[in-house]
Each structure stands twice: as C-alpha cells, then as structure tokens.
Unconditional design. Structure first.
Length: 185
C-alpha cells in the first residue's frame, strides 16, 4: 500500500482512536498524546502493515493499546516524591481531576440515564475496554482479541461479564422507575 493511501485510510479512524484513548487515559491531554504517539508509530511501521481483512482500524487500536500499557508500566516504575502522593479522598472532584471517562457528546448518549453511565464507567477496565471496542467501535471478537492481545475466549467471557453487570443494573433501574415489559404503568 502506498504512503498516501495508507495515511488516508489511517486518518479515517482518528476519531475512533481518540475515543478509545479517552477511555484508557481518562484525560483529554493524555488521550491526545496517546493518539499522536499511536499515529507516529503507525506511520513509522507503514511499510510493514499487512491487510488481514479487518482493515487498518484494529491495527491502530493494537498500537494504541501497546502505547498506553507501555506508559502505564513505565509510570509504575518511576520514583514518586511526597508531593506526588494522592491527597486524602474527597467526594468532590477537584480542578485538576480528569473529566469523566465518557465523551458523551461524541458518542451521542445524552439520553442515557446518569446511573447507567456511572455503572459503565465503573466497570473494571478490562470489561469496559472490551465492551467499548465491541459496542461502540463495532469490532468483532477476533479483532478485539488481536487489539488486546488476549484469546478470543477471554474476549467473549469479558464481554459476557460486562453485559451481565450492566443487565443487572438495568433491571434495578427499571424496577426503580417502575418500567415493566418496556412500558410504563
């Protein structure tokens, strides 16, 4: 694939890569840095890219996933000073706290109940990322397995567990709102 075509095809997915970066990093500046490094690495490796039937998007997500977890590993190994230690827990978000993980405007989920949004955000990261790749990005199990470097069976079980947790929350929400069989009394 020539360089111009490669760039055009990869840039078609920049919004999706950014959404996933936001889910991983949970801060717009960090997400932007992840996207920039992902595309830098992709462009450097463009001559080694091989089309495998799923398009370029899963390949970009795999690079993003690797960049993010490399940074996490590096950050864990860095020494921390006393000033870097977390402050006492507070229920109120501070001015330096990252925004919520959901970029709801870009996902057009403005009609989703706030409690459900909180439950989705509260999923363990491995469940949330599989759910987002599948539900929001429309990726197939095989593609998710490649992106996250896990077996397809693990993708299936994580997705099942995430959906199970959310289904329980939906049932509780429906009971709270007195919704029965999809109709309000």
């Amino acid at each position: 694939m020539d360089r111009t075509l490669f760039e055009a095809r990869s840039l078609e997915h920049i919004d999706a890569v950014y959404r996933m970066a936001m889910q991983l990093a949970r801060h717009p500046d960090e997400a932007a840095d992840l996207v920039q490094e992902t595309y830098l690495r992709a462009l450097k490796a463009a001559d080694r890219y091989e089309e495998r039937g799923g398009g370029i998007r899963p390949w970009l997500f795999k690079i993003l996933h690797n960049v993010f977890y490399t940074r996490v590993g590096r950050a864990k190994r860095e020494p921390r000073g006393v000033d870097d230690l977390p402050a006492a827990a507070s229920d109120e978000p501070g001015p330096d706290d990252p925004p919520p993980a959901w970029d709801l405007e870009s996902l057009a989920w403005e009609h989703v109940d706030e409690r459900l949004k909180a439950e989705i955000d509260g999923l363990r990261p491995e469940y949330r990322s599989v759910l987002l790749l599948w539900g929001v990005e429309g990726m197939k199990y095989r593609e998710i397995a490649e992106v996250q470097d896990i077996p397809i069976g693990t993708v299936m079980s994580r997705l099942h567990r995430a959906r199970q947790i959310l289904a329980k929350q939906l049932i509780e929400l429906a009971e709270e709102k007195r919704i029965r069989g999809g109709c309000q009394p």
